[in-house]
Ligand binder design. Structure first.
Ligand code: PRT
Ligand code: ZN
Length: 286
């Protein structure tokens, strides 16, 4: 395993599918067998390790894995690994926030002198310290949202994505402590042979992430509207202009690195563009 880069990803949970997909889109071929812990890539010197997400920072800090994908919330909570791990890339999926919430019939203005139930005691304590708030933090592993109703806490600090869980439990979100998403993390002291493999994977992952928002736009327009049309193309660096057989008509092709909404297409049409095609982009290597 010395010369192979070991990538730890979540075995079974909210991060699993998108982590696997990202590795595959980055050109790492591997086969996942449901009970196995390790899959060897068939085309690159890479092994994929399937574990619980909470174990990923310690595996990397101890050198048992080299890089991994976790929620920012997990990395920030496990403060003891900070010295050995670096966050190298925000991956843009599994977005959520760590927020305080209180039963809606007990809303209060100050967090002072409260009992706060959370699975993230380190993040919450750091927040309280920073804001000079004096409260008690109670560590709870699951069903945090029930604790105010069984008399254990006055409020909670938990992950929220759609807000449906808070709503179901009559809780109101009132302060966000951390915005989280999946991140790529790495051991800070990788040997040079492993760093080289990481560089390759890192560049490819960035290409996959950049491509997510990117669209390839093709349209036709009159020569005298080219400037107006190009100004409307979102995040297009330098569009290609191709003369068409019909005099004074051109085709414009552009890589738009920002979302292209229906509104933009309508504006393009109003400026004289026709045959507007918006196509997905799979990979971008700049
Ligand atoms: O078994 P293992 O330890 O590997 O997994 P796990 O059960 O600890 O984690 P898992 O799979 O539930 O979540 C993995 C990561 O997904 C988290 O660490 C976050 O980074 C991210 N993530 C994104 C979330 C959510 N969204 C999320 N909504 N993790 C948890 N939730 C929970 C939240 O705790 C609450 O119970 O979903 C509920 C709220 O969701 P909404 O949509 O109702 O607001
Ligand atoms: Zn977990």
């Amino acid at each position: 395993m010395k010369n192979r880069l070991i990538i730890a990803i979540q075995k079974n949970g909210r991060l699993s599918d998108q982590s696997s997909n990202l590795l595959k889109k980055s050109g790492i071929k591997f086969r996942y067998k449901s009970r196995s812990l390790l899959a060897k890539s068939s085309n690159l010197p890479v092994d994929v390790l399937f574990v619980r997400d909470d174990d990923i920072p310690s595996l990397i800090a101890n050198g048992d894995a080299d890089i991994g994908i976790v929620g920012k919330n997990i990395l920030f909570e496990q403060t003891k690994h900070k010295r050995n791990i670096k966050n190298i890339l925000d991956l843009g999926f599994s977005k959520c926030r760590l927020s305080f919430a209180v039963p809606n019939n007990k809303a209060f203005k100050s967090l002072n002198n409260k009992r706060i139930a959370t699975s993230y005691p380190n993040i919450v304590k750091a927040f309280l310290r920073k804001n000079k708030i004096n409260s008690t933090v109670i560590k709870i592993h699951g069903s945090v949202e029930l604790t105010p109703y069984i008399g254990i806490s006055d409020c909670i600090c938990d992950l929220v994505s759609t807000g449906a869980t808070l709503k179901e439990n009559n809780l109101i979100e009132f302060k966000t402590v951390l915005e989280s998403e999946a991140i790529l993390i790495s051991n800070k002291n990788l040997k040079s042979n492993k760093s080289k493999i990481l560089d390759l994977i890192f560049t490819r992952m960035k290409g996959v992430i950049n491509a997510r928002e990117s669209k390839y736009v093709m349209l036709n327009t009159d020569v005298d509207t080219v400037k107006d049309i190009c100004n409307l193309l979102p995040g297009a660096d330098s569009p290609t202009i191709i003369p068409l057989e019909k005099s004074n008509k051109v085709a414009i092709h552009a890589l738009c690195q920002e979302p292209v909404f229906w509104e933009t297409m309508e504006q393009l049409k109003n400026k004289g563009a026709s045959s507007i095609l918006v196509m997905p982009v799979e990979k971008v290597l700049s």
